[in-house]
Design a protein around this ligand. Sequence first.
Ligand SMILES: Nc1ncnc2c1ncn2[C@@H]1O[C@H](COP(=O)(O)OP(=O)(O)OP(=O)(O)O)[C@@H](O)[C@H]1O
Length: 234
Amino acid sequence: MIATQHVTMQLAAGGQRVTILDDVTIDIPEKQTVAIIGPSGSGKSTLLGLIAGLDRPTSGTIWLNGVEITALTEQAMARLRLANVGYIFQSFHLIPTLTALENVSIPLELAGDSLASKRAEELLHAVGLGHRMSHYPVQLSGGEQQRVAVARAFACRPPILLADEPTGNLDSSTGQQVIELIMALHRDAGTSLVLVTHDQHLAASMERVITLRDGRVASDRLASLHQRMPDLEP
Ligand SMILES: Nc1ncnc2c1ncn2[C@@H]1O[C@H](COP(=O)(O)OP(=O)(O)OP(=O)(O)O)[C@@H](O)[C@H]1O
């Protein structure tokens, strides 16, 4: 479903070339839940952005749903992203001049859905915001804005959901509600879920935990069911 092969990312900073990702090879099957963890600056967000096709690696290849995205034009990449990838940002990234309903409708309209507005309404009801549809982002709390962003990310029923510290700007109980919402939608829609987080507890609830250090994969572990659900009887 998601594969990176020998992905390296270098950027110029202060007149020097800095290696941000170094030979990253990972393979994520359909429907798997994955946490990417690691120290600040280890390359987590950069890797997620490359998987989403928001940027291109210096070398190496990336495959989404059987397509080598590193070989696509910008236009083809945008089309593929719309159909395959939902992305949730730490700071919500809603369009401030559009209402909640319009923010969720946009990807559906871009995908040519003739019932975009109706489907966006259903999604906002599903995330508990049926009473906030005509509110602008500034009129919504952080948790509400993130729920709109979650509805938007799931709008086109993408097979891949990427989230970059989705609870980073929320208090712990609001963050927990947003995670429960993401997990419920993930289960319903059968998406793969790749989540960057600093939260060890959240990481431990994913099926697999990939740790980056200095731009390299330092460890890649499948969690046992007991680690993920400690209350389960042996
Ligand atoms: N446009 C850029 N130009 C130069 N260096 C960059 C650029 N973007 C990111 N970096 C550097 O790349 C490294 C990795 O950044 P990245 O945001 O991927 O790390 P991260 O693991 O997500 O960090 P955090 O947990 O703090 O969000 C950092 O050292 C950062 O300073």
